[in-house]
Design a protein around this ligand. Structure first.
Ligand code: IYR
Length: 231
């Protein structure tokens, strides 16, 4: 049967839970959220101190509320707290990174990274209490094993990852977005199917007491450079 825009398959419910805020509160909340996310810094020096699992779980639940294509929720998150698995991830990531920094990356890319002071050593992959591997599901499978197409996969998983990072930050955790490339080793180590593409590896925990950040990271574009207002 052909589908039409006024298909009767859709069921609707009244919108519940929407909170309209008085304008002063709206302004205050927008400003206070801005001040809070401005404090977020990517950290590469982590403390080994544990972080309760339920905190990270709730942040992943928050990520799972992200807007996404056709509500297929094309993501899967793997939380890794096990040291042995973290060690295997570190070894595989460092192997890729040694190639990246040792010749695979074009000079222009290495020059762009120089002010950040990154290199092939990734001790944080073992030190931090949690690694969160974010996978993008290229297609789904239904109960009968048939492929189900997903839509806007990269956009959807990007949106979910943004919510996840913000949720972790507001829970008081420091994070690093790590993207060893290629990352297919994550499928092997974490036993995820090929149709799930590794998207990001997030490192979450508390910053080490002597954590430092590159000065360059504080350079944020001024508002008119990131936004054009037409009103
Ligand atoms: N994946 C490498 C390189 C790297 C690339 C970018 I773009 C960064 O912003 C930071 C690092 C690494 O993790 O070191």
């Amino acid at each position: 049967m052909a589908h039409s825009a006024d298909s009767t398959e859709a069921e609707f419910l009244p919108l519940k839970g929407y909170q309209r805020l008085p304008e002063p509160e709206m302004k205050a909340r927008a400003a206070s959220f801005l001040a809070d996310v401005r404090r977020r810094r990517t950290v590469r020096d982590f403390s080994p101190e544990p972080v309760p699992r339920e905190v990270v779980e709730d942040c992943i639940r928050a990520a799972g509320t992200a807007p996404n294509g056709a509500n297929h929720q094309p993501w899967h998150f793997v939380m890794v707290g096990d040291l042995e698995i973290k060690t295997r991830i570190r070894q595989a990531a460092e192997e890729e990174e040694r190639e990246f920094y040792g010749g695979r990356a074009p000079d222009e890319w290495l020059d762009a990274l120089a002010p950040l002071g990154t290199d092939a050593r990734k001790p944080f992959l073992e030190v931090a209490p949690w690694l969160i591997a974010v996978f993008a599901e290229s297609y789904g499978v239904d109960e009968d094993g048939n492929r189900r197409k997903n839509y806007y996969v990269t956009e959807s998983v990007g949106l979910a990852s943004g919510i996840l990072i913000t949720a972790l930050h507001q829970a008081g955790l420091a994070i690093l977005t790590h993207t060893p490339s290629p990352m297919r080793f994550l499928n092997r180590i974490l036993d995820r199917p090929e149709r799930e593409r590794p998207f990001l590896l997030l490192v979450a925990g508390f910053p080490a007491p002597d954590a430092r950040i590159p000065k360059k990271a504080l350079d944020k574009k001024p508002f008119p450079e990131i936004c054009t207002v037409l009103d």
